[in-house]
Design a binder for this molecule. Structure first.
Ligand code: KG4
Ligand code: ZN
Length: 373
């Protein structure tokens, strides 16, 4: 996405904030303005560097961020026709994530901020996903957020900038992780989510009745590890019967897997909606879906239908802003900076774990970007 792809919006309004994202395998940066214009936007994917390993290798990711970030920032400033001095603040993802990559982004942002005499804003990556819908649409607080990415799967009540209550989370695997592992064991290309979605297009979603962990149970938590095991057993059984996994089997497994995930997500969202409604004491509110898995058209469709059934408005960022990007970090930084103009997080260090709801019980496990949540 570039600023040319946006409708003409007139002179951008200050503050202008640069956001840097290096928490996983995308090196990304963007500049946004207070009136929601994306003035510059670049994402450099590291897919080629990691695909041979079937997942993100932290050491390789950190080295790639070091090689890429300087020229990426030059390109972003050129596209925005700015220098660092024209900005009002510089934000960077400071956690949760892979610490090597976080250090590259945070140190670069702090150095640029000090040299240009601008404040540094430490952004929580999850807050970036949580607030993106407010950049791309006019979504007001409070809203119910389904945050689904490679390292996280949570339902949150979002009541304001910095005001998050976790209503539920995965007790084992994150949903993106389940997509990635399913793809890997079926021999599909990395990253897994888009590969599974593509393969599912030609599959029969009713062929394999996979288990639906926690379905129709009370509460808002998720569980995907049993589903992943069932996928593995089914793939092994198909391969044993026919000598090798056929194209049709693969497609049917992907379609059945995706359908199961959708049913689980919809069921949990409905429970969370009831909890949220009771706490908020109001009838209707927005349902926002964010994170890399929100780029999945099939899941978006099912969640949108569920929202409509319940009478809630449905919001999901455009596909390109679901997966990790700099605009979401710039926007979360801008929202924080607008509420607290005195912000300067120069002494804040990168953190591998950083829950959005700091009052919720700690999460167990260890996903690719910190606690599985
Ligand atoms: O938000 P994100 O870019 O990084 C994290 O914060 O984790 O999410 C990446 C995750 C990966 O697990 C990837 O497989 C998944 O999002 N993903 C998808 C799709 N596109 C990306 N999952 C399902 N369908 C997709 N189309
Ligand atoms: Zn993310």
């Amino acid at each position: 996405m570039s600023k040319q792809s946006q409708p003409e919006k007139g002179t951008p309004q200050r503050p202008f904030v640069l956001g840097i994202e290096t928490s996983c395998d995308e090196t990304a940066a963007a500049i946004v303005s207070a009136d929601k214009q994306i003035l510059a936007h670049r994402v450099l994917s590291q897919i080629d560097a990691h695909s041979a390993y079937g997942g993100v290798v932290p050491e390789i990711a950190a080295r790639q961020h070091i090689s890429n970030l300087d020229h990426l920032l030059r390109d972003v400033l050129d596209e925005g026709e700015m220098t660092f001095r024209d900005l009002d603040a510089i934000a960077a993802t400071t956690g949760p994530g892979l610490v090597g990559g976080l250090m590259v982004g945070v140190m670069t942002a702090k150095a640029a901020a000090r040299a240009a005499g601008k404040p540094f804003v430490a952004v929580n990556h999850l807050e970036g996903h949580a607030l993106t819908a407010r950049l791309t649409e006019d979504v007001n607080f409070p809203y119910l957020l389904l945050l689904v990415s490679g390292g996280h799967c949570q339902l949150l009540a979002v009541r304001g900038v910095g005001n998050y209550e976790r209503l539920g989370s995965t007790i084992d695997d994150a949903v993106g992780e389940a997509f990635d592992k399913t793809a890997k064991l079926l021999g599909l290309e990395y990253p897994g989510g888009p590969s599974v979605e593509k393969a599912a297009l030609s599959g029969d979603e009713n062929r394999f009745p996979f288990p639906k962990p926690l379905l129709n149970k009370p509460g808002c938590d998720f569980s995907f590890s049993g589903l992943k095991t069932a996928v593995r057993r089914t793939a092994e059984a198909c391969a044993e019967k026919e000598g090798a996994l056929s194209h049709a089997d693969r497609a049917d497994i992907c379609a059945s897997f995706q359908k199961t995930v959708a049913e689980c997500l919809v069921n949990r969202v409905k429970n969370a909606a009831a909890v949220f409604q009771e706490k908020a004491g109001t009838g209707k509110f927005p349902l926002v879906v964010a994170g890399g898995v929100a780029a999945n058209a099939y899941l978006r469709d099912k969640l949108e239908t569920a929202a409509q059934d319940e009478g809630f408005s449905f919001h999901a960022p455009p596909m390109a802003l679901c997966t990790d990007n700099g605009a979401m970090i710039a926007w979360a930084g801008l929202e924080r900076f607008s509420v607290h103009p005195e912000t300067d997080d120069y002494t804040t260090a990168p953190r591998a774990r950083w829950p959005l709801d700091t009052k919720a019980a700690p999460l167990v496990g260890k996903g690719k970007k910190g606690a599985k949540a």
